[in-house]
Design a protein around this ligand. Sequence first.
Ligand SMILES: NC(=O)C1=CN([C@@H]2O[C@H](COP(=O)(O)OP(=O)(O)OC[C@H]3O[C@@H](n4cnc5c(N)ncnc54)[C@H](O)[C@@H]3O)[C@@H](O)[C@H]2O)C=CC1
Ligand SMILES: O=C(CO)COP(=O)(O)O
Length: 337
Amino acid sequence: MAKISIIGAGSWGTALGLLLCNNGHDVTICSENEKEIESLKEHREHLTKLPGVKLPDEMKFTCDVRGSLSGQDILVMAKASPYVRTTCKKYAADIPDGQLIVNVAKGVEADTLMTMSQIIEEEVPGANVVVLSGPSHAEEVGRGLPTTIVVGAHDRESALYVQNVFMSPVFRVYTSPDITGIELGGALKNVIALAAGTADGLGYGDNTKAALITRGIAEIARLGTAMGAHAETFYGLSGIGDLIVTCASVHSRNRKAGYLIGQGRTMQQAMDEVQMIVEGVYSAKAGLTLSKKFGIETPIIQAVNQVLFENKNPKQAVDELMQRMKKDELAPDLWER
Ligand SMILES: NC(=O)C1=CN([C@@H]2O[C@H](COP(=O)(O)OP(=O)(O)OC[C@H]3O[C@@H](n4cnc5c(N)ncnc54)[C@H](O)[C@@H]3O)[C@@H](O)[C@H]2O)C=CC1
Ligand SMILES: O=C(CO)COP(=O)(O)O
């Protein structure tokens, strides 16, 4: 049995807490948000973010984040990505040296272009940070529906340990050394999901969705490999896997926000209506800056930025994507080989 503190009492922190409790671990969920914690204690259910999912009596909830950080085998970082740095800064001094931290937040910081694990490593230099990511909506993990995911770590021993702790008959965990690829896949799929949702909102069809998913993973893989990630990762769980689920699922907040934008809402109106974090909005900027930095063409990511931040009409953005210069699907020099 492992002692585990989960930082962040949102839908994902709560669903992972339930999974880990069911696996027989000693789980505490902590958050500074008193209302959220009091409601979890009283109802043993996250009424707003994970309704209908009952939480076991053994699961502990606390507002004392600082007090929950020492004496743990694992800390799980389950804050929404824009708050990961501030959270780490606030509590770095309370986290023991060598602490294993499992990051589950998905995003790239727009100003620094750092992934979440890089931010945690910068703010908590003594920590051993691993990442857990893949196609895994909290609403389905909370209901115990079969789910697969991948843990990325610097060393195999940490990956195997986390695999053992999280693995269950309904939660299959793979291991990988490609932290960069896993994190880029997890962050950038949110940008493409905004585009897929927008296409749905415009009334476009399954062909359009398939086009965005397929050309979207091509963009993510091109950029990711230029940044040193392994191409295979983008054809795996944290690549095409998470992209498919986020572009297609009724649970996705990014897809929902895109849908509303396709229906005519502004970015802000869409974010307000979704009422939960829409991380693709943040990662869109980072994705575009990274593309420029590495000299990689990412037309869908660019179009999403234009719609979000330059008020480009979504229909016009799709028209322009369709009428780009004619291209080969594979590398043009293959004709000569
Ligand atoms: N919800 C899901 O199905 C999945 C989510 N994730 C990732 O896990 C991370 C957390 O996701 P969720 O639990 O869904 O997010 P959430 O929106 O439910 O919030 C998570 C935590 O962030 C905190 N938070 C929200 N606003 C804050 C603020 N202004 N200042 C400080 N803390 C704040 C909340 O109080 C909560 O404790 C995200 O990066 C997400 O991409 C990963 C896989 C699945
Ligand atoms: O990452 C997720 C599923 O794997 C959740 O996606 P959303 O943030 O779009 O809901």
